[in-house]
Design a protein around this ligand. Structure first.
Ligand code: TRP
Ligand code: ZN
Length: 878
């Protein structure tokens, strides 16, 4: 029976006993026995008392030699056990030279030094450096790194590390070497080494102050034609950060390397970012509009880390959101400025609600700044990243964009070169603005999604409108009682023509604006507006001003009115989304799968399709029904198959009622113009393909023709894949799915789309298809992208089949988790979170899921990563 790993607690933090000033590393690269020589200049931390032992981290390392100040250490002068190397008698300052041997070929965890397509890659965040060499592998130990790489010249012509290339040369046995020096102090998690056969696309950027930066994107041979979008994204991100935050790049070269074997999206190693190839490689024939957007935001995200994460880093891993929440906020802002702000916001809020709200309501709920963890890799979560970004966004909402900038400037002025905490960030915001954000700190310490219950009362005689807002927050594991949050609530009041009314509180001399941000601090807050000439419709939580659930008893007519009239684009979408959510939940409760759609709703959707003023991208989002995952969260004792059938039923009903308008819009937008990637073209394609998706529900020759024609004649992947996704759900789709699989069989990233599309297909037989595809030559359990595409898509997106009542979906997931755990615990643990919501299911499935969770948690030799997820999930049932 696996045992829980010892939990690490935030409040146990102590400063490092020793500091490392300089690290000099020499790698002799070898598939199975890479030799790593490390020379550490160490000094005792002034706060540490003399004779404190030095304890270095080290995992899966074989120690070849160790010298202290030039003298080999006697066997009894150190101990090497339990992933640590301890030297009890340590001088105040010393030079420690350690040689270790590592086996990159055997590294299937993709943490530390590993191989991918015959190249060497490192991944050190969070605790991967200790799998390369013995070290104080914690983010508050910051050192200057020098790295020499020695390797076979033919097999590894390109040798990269952080900073600047300062020397290179040739050696015997056809080997060569390159030496790199990084002038900036950094924690070990930002170290990187890359070696192999790469080709590169180069570009440059001139900073605002006139410095020249060389940008280099390294990819496997044959892929240079897919790097142009990523290169342009770097250039846009560099210009944006200068303009918006006054932040310039600080090295002469900025390098990105793409690899197909990567646990996450990308990694911000100083000067040498490593990317999952999914977020670098794109051309219109192989990548969708969503892929291009994803590249923009991930490239920007990693680039922005250079300041928010690297120049100012985290004191300890509990502070992870200090860099991640802030950097996500920055990449979201970048994308908003690049495209449509409203569309960007809607997409982010959708993700937050589907995944973060679910996390916050489940067994893995934790604060943005967690209090304890067993395995830090399990805390790269929706909460730390996305809720963390919402917390940062709230500073900007409360302090204003200029106030936020003042806070950022002070943060960098104070903390450049330091490893700091979320409190340091908040304090900079407070001090730069003279603000009171003491209560705001609860956003970092309390888990759970706050609920705002809002009531509005209009007094005709007094011409007043009173809003009463009551906040609460559900209990989460380990946190029974919550204190009130400091919440920015943006709102407007609309009259019956849809005009915004001037907002004047009872104690104000005159009206101040039409849309305002009010601050909630008390459990109950009342806002009495005066001079309100008619009973208004409130437009609440505009732009989603806080990560909360807002409850207001809107009537259907209110929502349809807001959908059409609110001049806040986000609020218009939100009204459509809420209407559809209420409707779907009511149909679920009544078990309605094939009644017609209500006329009012059909008319409102028709108006969306017919509105020439509406951004087509916004129209596409308004027409899209709430996801199954979002609906799931609003229910208990869920029968997922019934939920899917109800959503599907409404979609079909809408398709029938809106057939003429959908067809007209489709035909108008399907203009045969050659592919272009720009805001207008992307928006038009989005709306066109939403129409096609609805039309695909109709069983008539015309739609079959449209689909086949779009699939065959599309000059880009966005349109081809959109048609194929619809076809895959139809009786006539199989030949198209087969065709796609053959045409693209040698393109790994496109095959991921093909795997995911079949794994998430709701037609009968999905599980056997997935099982068969595991034997496809393009599939590998060792490759995280493949696992996510095939197994992840089945377990997370295919509600109907994953939750099959025979339990085979659950058993399949558990088998794969156990299998994967032996190869890559990080990926296995992520997959295991597909069982997190088991207590929300109806009893029969609940029992089946619980049995699988128990089976996983009993597995001998299970990793701490997966055990933490499975055991926390199980504890939700007790
Ligand atoms: N810091 C990375 C980012 O958000 C995340 C990351 C990349 C990561 N690879 C990882 C986290 C491996 C944990 C493990 O940009
Ligand atoms: Zn990040």
């Amino acid at each position: 029976m696996p045992q829980p790993r010892q939990a690490i607690r935030r409040l146990d933090y102590t400063a490092p006993a020793y500091l490392i000033d300089c690290v000099d590393l020499t790698f002799e690269l070898d598939d199975t026995a890479t030799r790593v020589a490390s020379r550490l200049v160490i000094q005792r931390n002034a706060e540490t008392k003399a004779d404190t032992p030095l304890v270095l981290h080290g995992e899966s390392l074989s120690l070849a030699s160790i010298k202290l100040d030039g003298v080999p250490l006697a066997a009894d002068a150190f101990t090497h056990a339990d992933d640590t190397l301890t030297i009890p008698a340590m001088p105040d300052t010393a030079i420690l030279e350690i040689v270790t041997l590592i086996n990159p070929q055997a590294n299937t965890e993709l943490s530390g030094l590993y191989q991918s397509s015959g190249n060497f890659i490192t991944q050190c965040e969070a605790e991967g450096f200790r799998r390369i060499s013995f070290y104080l592998d914690r983010p508050d130990v910051m050192a200057k790194f020098t790295t020499t790489i020695i390797a076979d010249k033919a097999k590894y012509p390109v040798l990269l590390s952080n900073g600047n290339r300062v020397g290179e040369g040739t050696l015997d046995k056809n080997r060569h070497w390159v030496k790199w020096v990084d002038p900036f102090k950094k924690p070990a998690y930002l170290f990187a080494l890359v070696a192999g056969r790469f080709v590169s696309l180069a570009g440059n950027h001139t900073t605002r102050s006139g410095r020249q930066v060389a940008i280099e994107i390294y990819v496997e041979p044959g892929n240079v034609d897919r790097c142009h979008h990523a290169l342009a994204a770097v250039q846009k991100a560099m210009a944006w950060d200068e303009q918006r935050f006054g932040l310039e790049y600080d090295l002469d070269t900025y390098m990105i390397v793409a690899t197909s074997d990567f646990n996450m999206g990308a990694m911000e190693n100083k000067g040498l970012n490593v990317f999952n190839s999914k977020y670098v490689l794109a051309k219109p024939e192989t990548a969708t509009d969503a892929d291009f957007d994803g590249i923009d935001s991930v490239v920007a995200h990693e680039y922005f880390h250079n300041w928010t994460g690297n120049r100012v880093t985290c004191r300890d891993w509990f502070q992870l959101s200090l860099k991640e929440g802030l950097t996500v906020y920055r990449d979201q802002e970048f994308s908003s400025d690049l495209g449509s702000r409203a569309v960007q916001r809607i997409q982010n809020v959708r993700g937050l609600r589907e995944y973060q709200f679910a996390e916050d309501a489940g067994p893995q709920a934790h604060p943005v700044r967690p209090d304890e963890y067993q395995e830090i890799n399990n805390f790269y979560t929706w909460t730390v990243y996305e809720k963390g970004s919402e917390v940062v966004r709230m500073y900007a909402t409360l302090l204003g964009i200029d106030g936020f900038r003042r806070g950022m400037d002070l943060y960098f002025k104070r903390h450049d070169g330091q490893a700091v905490t979320c409190d340091d960030f908040r304090t900079a915001m407070v001090d730069a603005n003279n603000a009171d954000l003491a209560q705001f700190a609860r956003w970092y310490s309390q888990a759970g999604t706050p609920v705002l219950d809002v009531e509005g009362v209009y007094d005709d005689a007094a011409q007043t409108y009173t809003l009463t807002v009551t906040q609460s927050c559900p209990a989460t594991p380990g946190q029974d009682v919550k204190l009130p949050f400091h919440i920015p609530l943006a709102l407007g009041l609309l009259d019956r023509r849809g005009q915004e009314l001037p907002l004047q509180l009872a104690d104000e001399a005159e009206a101040i604006g039409n849309s305002r941000v009010f601050e909630l601090r008390q459990p109950v807050e009342t806002f009495r507006f005066v001079n309100v000439p008619c009973h208004p419709v409130p437009s609440l939580l505009r732009d989603f001003s806080a990560p909360v659930k807002l409850v207001y008893p809107y009537s259907d007519d209110d929502l349809i009115f807001l959908m059409a009239h609110d001049n806040d684009a986000f609020a218009r979408w939100e009204a459509a989304n809420q209407y559809a959510t209420q409707l779907l939940l009511a149909r679920y409760r009544a078990g309605e799968t094939d009644t017609p759609a209500p006329e009012k709703f059909v008319a409102a959707m028709a108006a969306v399709l017919a509105n020439p003023q509406l951004d087509p991208a916004l129209a596409a989002l308004m027409l899209t029904l709430p996801s199954e995952a979002a609906l799931f969260e609003a229910l208990s004792d869920v029968d997922p198959q019934k939920l899917c059938a109800v959503r599907q039923g409404l979609k079909e009903a809408l398709a029938r009622s809106l057939r003429a308008q959908l067809l007209a819009t489709y035909q108008k937008l399907n203009d045969g113009a050659p592919y272009r990637y720009d805001g207008a073209a992307v928006a038009a394609r989005a709306l066109k393909n939403v129409c096609l998706d609805y039309l695909g529900e109709l069983d008539e020759p015309l739609t079959a023709e449209l689909l086949a024609s779009q699939y065959r004649h599309a000059d880009n992947m966005t349109d081809r894949l959109a048609a194929l996704k619809v076809l895959a759900q139809r009786d006539d789709g199989e030949p198209f799915v087969d065709d796609f699989g053959k045409v693209w069989q040698d393109d790994a990233l496109v095959m991921d789309k093909w795997f995911a599309l079949q794994a998430s297909c709701s037609r009968p037989g999905a599980l056997s298809t997935v099982q068969a595809l595991m034997n496809h030559h393009a599939f590998s359990l060792k490759n995280p992208n493949k696992v996510r595409a095939l197994i992840g898509a089945f377990c997370q997106q295919n509600l109907a089949h994953f939750h099959a009542l025979d339990g085979y979906g659950y058993a399949f997931a558990a088998d794969r988790i156990i299998e994967l755990d032996k190869l890559n615990p990080q990926i296995a643990a992520r997959l295991a979170s597909c069982f997190n919501r088991w207590t929300r299911l109806e009893p029969q499935r609940r029992a089946l899921m619980r049995a699988e969770l128990e089976r996983i948690s009993r597995e001998p030799g299970l990793s701490g990563d997966t055990f933490e997820i499975a055991s926390k999930a199980l504890s939700a049932g007790t």
